[in-house]
Design a protein around this ligand. Structure first.
Ligand SMILES: NC(=O)c1ccc[n+]([C@@H]2O[C@H](COP(=O)([O-])OP(=O)(O)OC[C@H]3O[C@@H](n4cnc5c(N)ncnc54)[C@H](O)[C@@H]3O)[C@@H](O)[C@H]2O)c1
Length: 350
């Protein structure tokens, strides 16, 4: 039997453990898998583009397990009453091909993306923290934003968040959810430039299907770390090319980020470092306190493999998930026709 995990199951896992603990365990799981990067069979995701968005399939496998995620990105979806990003995925047994888990990945993607952002930032941010903790500008206050905010608050000591969204209602929603988190100061700003001023970390998590310039080079300050999450598709970017020119740039899987990331604006020989090499000590991360670092995040299949395995394990511990008869159960594995006869006895007689 395949186990089915719904959004309610994921919400129950979060309720049982608390979001900070789930984010921490997600970061640990993704970090452990990035550290064994060469063991995975990797490929850039397959994307089907349309005028309004993109639908992507993201497969990855090691010797034991295979996973894929189905995910879309439709920035105009709010007018249809749908989120910008919706996802589900499968974890399967490599030895037999049997699907083990079919899970929602919409909430899980927000958790795994925030955990990946913190994993990258942990390796790249300046180490000198100020009293009151780090300051992060959070540009784009939509569905992903609470997860980014809380991951950076609990995981990296962000004590002040400077918020901006072109939609004031999105910022008001974020403030409503975060107000009252102990040790977290919220400052609502009137522009990206205002939010970014003086920030140690800048997270951009906007949705707009165009080459937007959320951050330009004039906004950079020495030692900043940029966590650029929303530029993740051809023709959909957030950083001006000048930002990348001025920075040391880190990516998940280079062949995919060259096509989809803010990196798509740069020449093919523009140097970047894959994060797994930093996490395994094979490449340096930040090289000086003054250097500007960029994590050009697009989302890689391995993060979803880690997420499916973690959520599957946490669900099993809590007795969550429904058995799903996705694959026919056959008395004789060569008699698939018997499945039809089971509901149509006339076929058996024939
Ligand atoms: N890198 C990854 O792994 C990853 C994972 C998930 C989502 N994403 C991307 O992150 C982005 C945000 O996703 P979401 O689910 O939060 O979307 P969302 O639509 O819920 O929120 C996006 C917000 O960005 C705001 N925005 C748009 N243009 C802006 C601008 N110029 N300045 C400030 N704010 C602006 C919108 O008003 C909206 O509130 C999307 O582009 C999505 O594709 C990336």
């Amino acid at each position: 039997m395949t186990t089915l995990l719904t959004p309610t199951d994921i919400a129950r896992i979060v309720a049982a453990h608390g979001l900070p603990a789930v984010l921490r365990r997600m970061e640990e799981a993704i970090t452990a898998d990035f550290r064994r990067w060469p063991e995975f069979d990797k490929v850039a995701r397959v994307a089907a583009h349309s005028k309004t968005g993109v639908i992507e399939l993201m497969p990855v496998a090691d010797a034991d397990q295979y996973s894929f995620k189905y995910v879309n990105g439709h920035p105009g979806n709010a007018r249809h009453g749908l989120p910008t990003v919706m996802a589900f995925g499968v974890l399967a047994d490599v030895a037999t091909g049997a699907p083990l888990l079919l899970s929602e990945l919409t909430i899980t993607t927000a958790i795994r993306t925030a955990a990946t952002s913190v994993m990258a930032a942990r390796a790249l941010v300046r180490q000198d923290t100020r009293p009151g903790g780090r300051t992060m500008a959070l540009i784009g206050n939509g569905a992903q934003s609470e997860f980014q905010a809380l991951a950076f608050h609990h995981g990296l000591g962000v004590g002040t968040l400077r918020l901006f969204d072109t939609d004031a209602a999105a910022t008001a929603k974020l403030v409503r959810h975060l107000r009252g988190v102990p040790g977290l100061k919220l400052q609502v700003c009137n522009s990206t430039a205002e939010a970014v001023r003086g920030a140690d970390i800048v997270t951009t998590v906007t949705a707009d299907k165009r080459n937007a310039v959320i951050v330009d080079a004039s906004m950079l300050e020495p030692g900043m770390h940029l966590n650029a999450v929303g530029g993740d598709c051809p023709g959909k970017t957030e950083l001006a090319a000048g930002v990348l020119h001025a920075a040391n740039v880190f990516v998940e899987y280079e062949p995919q980020t060259r096509v989809e990331g803010d990196l798509q604006q740069m020449p093919a020989d523009f140097a970047v470092t894959e994060l797994w090499r930093v996490l395994t000590g094979q490449a340096p991360g930040r090289r000086s306190q003054a250097e500007v670092t960029v994590f050009d995040s697009v989302g890689f299949a391995l993060e979803d493999y880690s997420a499916l395995r973690l959520m599957g394990a946490l669900a099993a511990e809590l007795g969550l998930g429904e058995p799903l008869a996705l694959i026919p159960r056959l008395a004789d594995t060569k008699d698939l026709y018997a499945q039809l006869a089971a509901v149509q006895p006339a076929l058996r007689a024939a």
